[in-house]
Design a protein around this ligand. Structure first.
Ligand code: BG6
Ligand code: MG
Length: 216
């Protein structure tokens, strides 16, 4: 029986996936890696340092930077990202998400956050959504990032549920893989996602009724 939902944040709750892309694009320019849609997609759901490694590797620069230089690049990216995040208000919650959260709450579903972002608590606060979440996984505590199932297993634990009682919601391929590996129901936002149990073109189409219909 479905009793809870674990949400990804960037690209599901707010359009911050676009902000991450913008800020990483600047880093790519700086290190001389060509920015492509494929690279942008591969970064979704991936931790800050792993994203930097992917950008360096895509341009063949993986051995050109010291650890200290890499940390400086990641910090610069985060500072640029935070400038974009600072502009977020509740008006930036993606279509349908607020209603969906209200519906889940009214029906007593447990709600957790399974975001790889260290900035997630700050973003939830700016969107005024913090109170909906009974469990928020701290990505700093994880051994492995998405597509490893750890973050979704921890999300289920944080709301006192077993994986098969939880549905995970993701806009990233690495995230769908993590949900599936955790043994949870995978809900994908975006038509191009592979292996999602249920898929919606965008957040406005995701309702509890539509999910139940497709589970039946
Ligand atoms: C994920 C995003 O949610 O968080 C990634 O999809 C991002 O793009 C990752 O790299 C880590 O985010 P942050 O805010 O800790 O750098
Ligand atoms: Mg995402």
């Amino acid at each position: 029986d479905l009793k809870g939902f674990a949400f990804d944040l960037d690209g599901v709750i707010a359009d911050t996936a676009r902000f991450h892309g913008q800020a990483w694009n600047e880093v790519a320019k700086k290190v001389g890696t060509e920015w492509t849609d494929e690279l942008a997609n591969n970064l979704k759901g991936v931790s800050r340092m792993d994203s930097l490694e992917l950008i360096l590797k895509a341009g063949g620069h993986e051995n050109d930077y010291s650890q200290a230089e890499k940390e400086a690049l990641a910090e610069e990216k985060n500072n640029n990202y935070l400038k974009l995040v600072d502009t977020l208000t509740p008006a930036d919650i993606l279509p349908g998400i607020k209603n969906f959260l209200d519906k889940l709450k009214a029906k007593n579903y447990k709600i957790a956050l399974a975001s790889a972002s260290k900035n997630a608590p700050k973003i939830l606060k700016q969107l005024q959504l913090t109170d909906y979440f009974e469990g928020i996984v701290n990505p700093a505590d994880l051994k492995k990032g998405k597509p490893d199932p750890e973050i979704y297993l921890e999300a289920a634990k944080s709301i006192g549920l077993k994986p098969d009682q939880v549905a995970g919601i993701e806009d990233a391929q690495a995230g769908i893989a993590a949900i599936n590996a955790a043994g949870e129901l995978s809900i994908g936002i975006g038509e191009s996602l592979k292996n999602a149990d249920i898929k919606f073109a965008d957040t406005s189409e995701m309702t509890l009724e539509a999910i139940k219909e497709r589970m039946a």
